[in-house]
Design a protein around this ligand. Sequence first.
Ligand code: ATP
Length: 206
Amino acid sequence: MIGVFGGTFDPVHYGHLRSALEVKDRFDLTEIRLIPSAQPPHREQPSVTAESRLKMLALAIEGQPDLKIDDRELKRSGPSYMVDTLKSIRDESATQPLLLFIGSDAFNQLTTWHEWQALFNYAHIVVLTRPNYEAQALNAFFVAHLATDSAELAEAPAGKLYFQPVRQLDISATAIREMIAQKKNPGFLLPDKVLTYIRQHQLYLR
Ligand code: ATP
């Protein structure tokens, strides 16, 4: 099984990284790919360039062979729709189960995503529980796709919804950006190498 973890990573922090490592082990994934979004369709545009976000991601995973970066969304023009990303990964691997990991905050917005129901044609969706965000009540579509046993994910390439608790780290990129803008020190919320890069390039100062 391959895992996909999309995000703006503006900047990447230990909430992302720890969750990615935990699910790699939990689901015994052959690979977990962090996929930075070029133009996230559902939110304000990132405050730093895609190149900088990609560079920070690369610094963050240095020395961690369990984590990989997939930069296909940065190579496409237009909005970074997850359904297009999953489709292109699926084209490379027809039958392998594909797991798309999203936090519960992202899950609560899922029905606003472009062709959200089609996501399930290409991947299973695994919702990671996240501090301060309760998952929304399940609509009939979600109930119909719900798996209560993770073994069901290995039995089909796509189509299931599963909820997975992960270690609760109350860290968000928004809070990190605000700390930097207020000249506070976000150390230990994200890798030192990423913080050094942010300081060198004077990112997020306002
Ligand atoms: P922002 O505060 O700018 O919205 P973020 O910290 O939520 O950023 P994103 O890059 O938007 O980070 O998130 C990418 C994915 O990681 C989303 O699915 C999100 O739910 C998840 N995620 C982010 N932070 C955590 C965390 N602390 N624990 C678990 N999942 C997280």
